[in-house]
Write a protein that binds this ligand. Structure first.
Ligand SMILES: [Zn+2]
Ligand SMILES: [Zn+2]
Length: 124
């Protein structure tokens, strides 16, 4: 098999997968296994791209891969969230990820924070 042939084969595979995914999406099926109905997307409208089983499998794979990488990133002083930027001093996270995380936590917090209580504040 020549190299040109290999490239055209991979282009064909990409086109095939895109077509297949569009078919599965139109049918409302999981785009990973193609058997079970896709679960509704958590916040947006319509369906997600995976069924509940495939989504949890993908999440556990992602967690395992992050757990494998995190010690090395921490040792190098790289952000353990994105793995690309330098972590802030005395933390394991970069400024961009810290901002994103606090934004996410602000609208995903299950128990809303109470306004600040002055009686709880202790003067040193
Ligand atoms: Zn599935
Ligand atoms: Zn980061």
């Amino acid at each position: 098999m020549s190299r040109a042939n290999a490239i055209s084969r991979s282009a064909y595979n990409r086109a095939y997968l895109a077509k297949r995914r569009a078919e599965l999406k139109a049918a409302g099926l999981c785009q990973w296994c193609g058997k079970t109905p896709a679960k509704p997307s958590p916040r947006g409208k319509g369906l997600g791209c995976r069924c509940a089983e495939c989504a949890s499998l993908s999440a556990s794979k992602s967690r395992a891969s992050m757990a494998r990488k995190r010690p090395a990133w921490n040792a190098l002083g790289i952000c353990s969230q994105c793995g690309t930027r330098q972590a802030m001093p005395r933390t394991h996270i970069c400024g961009v990820c810290a901002e994103r995380r606090s934004e996410y936590q602000a609208d995903h917090r299950k128990v809303p924070l109470l306004p600040r209580d002055p009686t709880l504040e202790t003067e040193p």
